[in-house]
Each structure stands twice: as structure tokens, then as C-alpha cells.
Design a protein around this ligand. Structure first.
Ligand code: CA
Length: 235
């Protein structure tokens, strides 16, 4: 497991590195946003500890660009923020970060968060599952998803980590009705601190990518007063 630490304050970067190396992870450091993008491209880390306030490109921008780039690996991103720093935007996690930690944090807290994120990825990798429905194929190991447009034609879907996990949750439980709390448990585990409505944001984004008409969804149906369910026939 390779971890990239993007933090412009050398002492904090060093503390993070020591903490994570003690956990047995191999770590690299870089100290500004542009360099981070380059290193991500070259080294394909499994997880990025990303400071929000950075010289050059800030953490939100770095995060957005990593998520836009369809790489072979979609790293987990743990965002670091100082109290009060645009924290609302980060908490919404609409940026593509998987979790966040507010400074100052203890080494123990950092290690726990990193382990939780990586456990999630190991669990997913350990499933060796490909889910196929009439219109979708989700390969959990490769972390790729595609939609069938016609019997001979499919398109690859370009999804963020959260969107991918959400789609996997749906296709692996066709027809199941989910409330927001259940989806949050599935997607964030115990590490969720935001507003339940964040689920709606991610559902809306996923609909835009997979629904022929997102305003009149065929697959992700709203269940009034409860939450959502995914409808497609199994194949
Ligand atoms: Ca900083």
C-alpha cells in the first residue's frame, strides 16, 4: 500500500510520514499541488493524504483533477483541513474526497482513518466480484463500470470512488429499498460526519452519468419518504 502525503508544512508532513510508516505503509511526500498531480500520475498511490491549503493548486483543485482523470487506479483521498478552512465544502465531500480530518489531529486518529479507508478498499478487492445486470457491468476488482447501450455496444462510465461504490451497492442489491442512513453506512462506514442529504447529491451525480434522462430516472428510483432503489433486470 503506497501513500502519498501532500502537505506544505514540512513538520506536519514528517509527522504524518512517521505515523504511517509505523503502520507499515510506504510513503512519499510532496509539498505543492502541481507536483502532487505529477506524482499521482507516476506512482499511482493507493491513498493520498491531501492538505487543503497548498501553494499553487489547493487541495480541492488537486482532488477534483485527480477525480476527473480516468486513471487505472482511483486513489482514496483523505483531506486535511484547519478548523474553519472552507470546511463546509469539504464536509459535503462533493469534491471527491473520501474522508477528512481537521487539524490538529493526533497520530492515532490519522492512523485509524487511513486504516479504515484502506480496509474498505481491501474488502472490495477481496470480493472478486463482477456484477452484471441487463444494462450494467461493474467489475469490483478492476474498479470499472460500463453501461450497455445496445446488445453490441457498451460505454465505459467515468465515476468517482463514491459514485462507483454507490453503483456497486445498487447493482449488487437489485430492487432493494435503501434509506439514506443505510447508504451512508455502506459508503462511509463509521467515518461519516456530515448531513444525510449528501447522499442525494451523490445520487444526482450518478444519475447524470448513467440515466438516459436524469430527470425521469429509469434505474435509480426515488422511493418517496424512504430513499432509493435500483431497478434493472439481472442478467
Ligand atoms: Ca497547508
Amino acid at each position: 500500500m503506497d501513500i502519498l502525503i501532500v502537505e506544505d508544512e514540512p513538520q506536519i508532513a514528517q509527522l504524518i510520514q512517521l505515523t504511517l510508516e509505523r503502520e507499515g505503509f510506504s510513503c512519499h511526500q510532496c509539498h505543492d499541488g502541481l507536483k502532487a498531480l505529477q506524482v499521482v500520475q507516476e506512482q499511482q498511490p493507493d491513498l493520498i493524504v491531501l492538505d487543503l491549503m497548498l501553494p499553487g493548486l489547493d487541495g480541492l483543485e488537486v482532488c477534483a483533477r485527480i477525480r476527473q482523470k480516468p486513471g487505472s487506479k482511483d486513489p482514496y483521498i483523505l483531506m486535511l483541513t484547519a478548523r474553519g478552512e472552507e470546511i463546509d465544502r469539504v464536509i459535503g465531500l462533493s469534491t471527491g474526497a473520501d474522508d477528512y480530518l481537521v487539524k490538529p489531529f493526533s497520530p492515532r486518529e490519522l492512523a485509524a482513518r487511513v486504516r479504515a479507508l484502506l480496509r474498505r478498499s481491501l474488502r472490495q478487492a477481496g470480493q472478486h466480484h463482477i456484477y452484471r445486470t441487463q444494462h450494467f457491468t461493474v467489475d469490483v476488482d478492476q474498479r470499472t463500470a460500463s453501461r450497455q447501450l445496445s446488445p453490441n455496444q457498451s460505454e465505459a462510465l467515468d465515476l468517482t470512488t463514491l459514485e462507483f461504490n454507490l453503483l456497486t451497492t445498487f447493482v449488487s442489491n437489485l430492487g432493494r429499498v435503501w434509506n439514506r442512513t443505510q447508504l451512508i453506512d455502506k459508503l462511509w462506514g463509521d467515518n461519516f460526519f456530515g448531513d444525510e442529504r449528501v447522499v442525494d447529491t451523490h445520487v444526482a451525480r450518478l444519475r447524470k452519468k448513467i440515466e438516459p434522462d436524469p430527470t425521469n430516472p429509469t434505474f435509480i428510483k426515488t422511493v418517496v419518504g424512504v430513499g432509493y432503489k435500483f431497478e434493472d433486470s439481472s442478467s
